[in-house]
Write a new protein. Structure first.
Length: 364
């Protein structure tokens, strides 16, 4: 599962990517600085791992990860091949979710591709280009399906109805993710098309230092607009995140954050929000050799969670011994958890909860 960072050229995407990944993707004060997408597998911050490490004392600790992709900036006309349009759209199609960075600060020393700061205009430019590309995809499919529908093919008729609804929405500049449609129909007829505007989105308002712990007029306008979409918004300052990233000492970072009135770096909030956006959560395995966070889709069953460790675990699944994270912390050791009757034995139908500590029993 991976999320793509998108936005107009020069809004802070690559600076933000560097902060998230601790790599040095090229970032500069001119458009199209990023051409080839930069990929990074990023650790998901989770204080529960530190707590389990203190309780268990393992040889190593392995966090959960999420893949982030820094994608080239998009400009008006991208759906027709302008700028790096075709390349951009192909790259974003391969992601599972979108992190949409919007410039929400004024600074005459940093150029804007359209000459002025207006996050609502910027958002609309990208939305329209994604919608136009999706409209092209839907029309191509609709043309093929319509021929079969004319012959009375019931399956083709059902698909045609769904595609026409999607087409009507796109023509009204409405994203596919906003479509009210039976989930089965959506998965059956739209998901195979990999429509870009169907992907879940998280908006990131890139602000200056004076707005990082509060807000500003640009952020307020974005928040009001996306409220109608049901999308989430995060405020951070890519420039400040870059400064935090340069500080290696934990105490220095803590003092820097305290001075700004921040509890944690914006990059940490963004990683966790992205993890949630991808509909993922974590369970743990804990033993003397390692404490490890495992990434699974929300609503994953115990056998599915076991399969993340190894496919044999899922094939030969017998049962799962489950301890709620809160119980592990309360009773300190696995032995005391068992003595308190807080270790549960769960079967194939069990839906793994966020934070469960699990041992799997299997046979192959």
């Amino acid at each position: 599962m991976k999320a793509g960072i998108v936005g107009l050229p020069n809004v802070g995407k690559s600076t933000l990517f560097n902060c998230l990944s601790n790599t040095k993707a090229q970032s500069a004060n001119f458009p199209f600085c990023t051409i080839e997408p930069n990929h990074s597998v990023i650790n998901v911050p989770d204080n529960r791992l530190k707590i389990l490490e203190e309780l268990v004392g393992p040889e190593k600790v392995i966090p959960a990860t999420v893949e982030i992709v820094d994608i080239a900036g998009l400009v008006k006309g991208a759906s027709k091949g302008e700028g790096l349009g075709n390349k951009f759209l192909a790259n974003i199609r391969e992601t599972d979710a979108i992190i949409h960075v919007l410039r929400c600060f004024d600074n005459d020393n940093i150029t804007h591709v359209d000459g002025s700061v207006d996050p609502l205009r910027d958002k609309e430019i990208i939305d329209i280009e994604l919608q136009l590309k999706d409209l092209e995809t839907v029309n191509n499919r609709l043309e093929k399906v319509s021929r079969s529908a004319k012959s009375g093919d019931k399956e083709a008729i059902a698909e045609k109805n769904v595609l026409e609804k999607a087409k009507n929405l796109l023509e009204k500049s409405i994203n596919i993710r906003s479509i009210e449609l039976d989930l089965e129909d959506k998965n059956k007829y739209l998901k195979p098309l990999q429509l870009i505007s169907e992907k879940p989105v998280l908006y990131v308002c890139n602000v200056d230092e004076s707005s990082v712990s509060s807000t500003n007029k640009h952020v307020d306008s974005v928040r009001e607009l996306i409220g109608k979409e049901g999308a989430e918004l995060i405020i951070l300052a890519a420039g400040i995140e870059s400064e935090i990233n340069e500080l290696e000492n934990y105490e220095e970072r803590r003092m820097f954050l305290d001075d700004l009135g921040l509890e944690e770096p914006g990059s940490s909030k963004l990683i966790n929000a992205t993890y949630d956006l991808l509909n993922l959560h974590t369970y743990f395995t804990a033993g003397p050799k390692e404490v490890r966070a495992w990434t699974i889709p929300k609503m994953a069953t115990a056998p599915m969670a076991a399969g993340v460790i190894h496919t044999d675990f899922e094939k030969g699944f017998i049962k799962a011994e489950v301890i709620a994270f809160e119980d592990y912390v309360k009773f300190k050791t696995e032995v005391k958890v068992k003595e308190a009757g807080k270790m549960r034995v769960e079967g194939k139908a069990y839906v793994v909860k966020n934070g469960d500590v699990i041992h799997f029993l299997f046979n192959v």
